[in-house]
Ligand binder design. Structure first.
Ligand code: SF4
Ligand code: SF4
Length: 252
């Protein structure tokens, strides 16, 4: 028995100790700084190169709900009107917040991105069981969601778990653009999960259709029917974006 404890102590803790203060690698593309004042030539190279139509002009804006974080616009803009930071806490409760259209600091975004809702905090603050529905994406968002529960990120320590059945869930978390073939399954999953429940969209595909937005094979009627409680941008989503976003929604 003593040996068992020794081994356990030697292992130490592999989980990130303070998930809120954890940072990500400099190479990670997260929150973009968009500053129209630097857009001197009005060349529109950024708009023309964007594969998802995430950039608009007048005013220059970048929709991180559509962006797949390829970095091409940043690379093409000689004047640095668009620059990605590695800031990863980019989840929000309001879709409009994802349209970055002025020089916004990281802190400005963070302070206003999540609106606390007392009804959610009252019921789910200490425990949230998630049924994840993969609706036709590339599987990268799903892999990152798996990583949320590994020993490094250890989302389970906050009482947030992914469960196998919608009957046991408090939350439907959608990844992928919602293909026609998954539309009924998503609706069934929603109906099978007990009330009250919350709905989360994770990844550019789920939020806007992403690279597949113009495809005839998607059916996004579900999103018009039900309230979305949290948007988690990314392509794919980063585990720290997911966990911090959900903790924010739960008022923690
Ligand atoms: S980084 Fe985003 S906004 Fe820029 S070109 Fe790529 S998809 Fe478009
Ligand atoms: S958002 Fe990006 S990573 Fe996630 S499923 Fe869609 S294409 Fe894949």
């Amino acid at each position: 028995m003593l040996n068992f404890f020794k081994v356990r102590i030697n292992h130490g803790s592999q989980a990130i100790k303070d998930i809120k203060k954890a940072t990500v690698n400099d190479m990670h593309r997260g929150f973009p700084v968009v500053d129209e004042a630097f857009c001197l030539e009005k060349c529109e190279d950024c708009i023309n190169c964007c594969p998802t139509g995430a950039i608009s002009k007048s005013p220059l804006s970048l929709d991180i709900g559509k962006c797949v974080f390829c970095g091409e616009c940043e690379r093409l803009c000689k004047n640095k009107a668009i620059q990605f930071t590695n800031y990863h806490k980019i989840s929000t409760t309001d879709r409009q917040n994802l349209i970055i259209n002025k020089k916004l600091s990281y802190d400005d975004f963070n302070n206003n991105s999540i609106k606390i809702r007392k009804d959610i905090i009252k019921i789910f603050k200490r425990s949230l069981k998630i049924r994840q529905v993969s609706c036709g994406g590339c599987n990268a968002c799903e892999m990152e969601l798996n990583a949320c529960s590994n020993v490094n990120f250890d989302m389970g320590r906050f009482g947030i778990d992914i469960v196998a059945s919608p009957r046991h869930s408090d939350c439907i978390l959608i990844t992928g653009p919602i293909t026609e073939n998954m539309a009924d399954a998503l609706e069934d999953t929603y109906q099978c999960s007990p009330n009250p429940k919350i709905v989360i969209l994770a990844g550019s595909c789920a939020i806007s259709g992403g690279m597949f937005a113009k495809s005839n094979a998607i059916n996004r009627e579900f999103l018009a029917k039900y309230k979305i409680d949290l948007y988690i941008p990314g392509c794919p989503v980063h585990p720290l974006t997911v966990i911090n976003g959900i903790l924010g929604l739960l008022g923690r």
